[in-house]
Design a protein around this ligand. Structure first.
Ligand code: NAD
Length: 261
């Protein structure tokens, strides 16, 4: 696939699945905008590595996507640099694990703002460029939790179910403009997001680390293996191809069979 001349913006791409998307898209020649937090020197090294993959440009945005004005600034910076966005990957997300009656209000607000509302803002700001070009790809990292629930993840499951509904809606709105919108729904992928929820899950369920990995994380994943970030990124590349032009409004599971049961 050749994405030369196209621009992809991937939210939450300084780490994990987002970074894998950025590498896959840059590897096909796209300019990429990466976003997220982390060590400045490490991010700069990743940015340069992305440019080295194909010679296309890579821009870093450190904007905080829980804030509307920062999302607007990121989208403006991308449009100023590249004249618009062709592939929008809404991927930034955080998790918090707690029983609903103890769920911290600030964590609820953070998860809804980042995992759900930021995708509305990036989409509304990217769509005019896509409509103009009669081509676009909107890809959400949803989750198996956009299809089924798990206890103690009320905010996350709510946000991901919302993201799935949002995606179906915009798929219908954009269907005649050459713009597709789809969810990719991974099961457990071994990334910092998963690693960081182990201590809270140990506390919430009174389990050891090994019990959380085997009896909670991989319990529902019939293959008994973690998904890799690269496997998720390859699905996104396929969605960018002409072969996927008629796939829109779909929610594609990459979950080792989790949601089949
Ligand atoms: P990760 O923690 O490795 O990456 C999250 C990224 O989001 C990082 O780049 C981080 O800096 C960025 N980020 C965090 N807060 C931000 C903010 N306020 N503004 C901008 N960027 C911010 O996590 P991951 O596992 O790669 O998760 C990526 C996406 O995949 C999330 O939406 C997550 O819900 C989803 N997902 C992950 C799994 C999994 O098992 N890891 C499974 C299903 C879905």
């Amino acid at each position: 696939m050749n994405l030369t001349g196209k621009t992809a913006l991937v939210t939450g791409s300084t780490s994990g699945i987002g970074l894998a998307y950025a590498k896959a898209l840059a590897g096909q020649g796209a300019n990429v905008v990466i976003n997220g937090f982390g060590d400045a020197a490490a991010i700069e090294a990743e940015r340069q590595g992305l440019e080295a993959l194909s010679g296309a440009r890579a821009l870093y945005s450190g904007h905080d996507l829980t804030k509307v004005d920062e999302i607007e600034a990121m989208m403006k910076a991308a449009a100023d640099a590249f004249g618009g966005i062709d592939v929008l990957v809404n991927n930034a997300g955080v998790q918090h694990v707690a029983p609903v009656e103890e769920f911290p209000v600030d964590k609820w607000n953070l998860i809804i703002a980042l995992n759900l509302t930021s995708a509305f803002h990036t989409t509304r700001l990217a769509v005019p460029y896509m409509k103009q070009k009669k081509w676009g790809r909107i890809i959400q990292t949803a989750s198996a939790h956009s299809l089924v629930a798990s206890p103690f993840k009320s905010a996350y499951v709510t946000a991901k179910h919302g993201l799935a509904g949002f995606t179906k809606t915009i798929a219908l709105e954009l269907a005649t403009f050459g713009v597709t919108a789809n969810c990719i729904s991974p099961g457990y992928v071994w990334t910092p997001l998963v690693e960081n929820q182990i201590p809270d899950t140990m506390k919430a369920r009174n389990m050891t680390r090994e019990q959380v990995i085997n009896d909670v994380l991989l319990a529902g994943q019939p293959t008994k293996q973690f998904v890799t970030a690269e496997q998720v990124a390859q699905v996104a590349l396929f969605l960018c191809s002409d072969a996927a032009a008629q796939i829109t409004g779909a929610n594609i599971s990459v979950d080792g069979g989790w949601t089949a049961g």
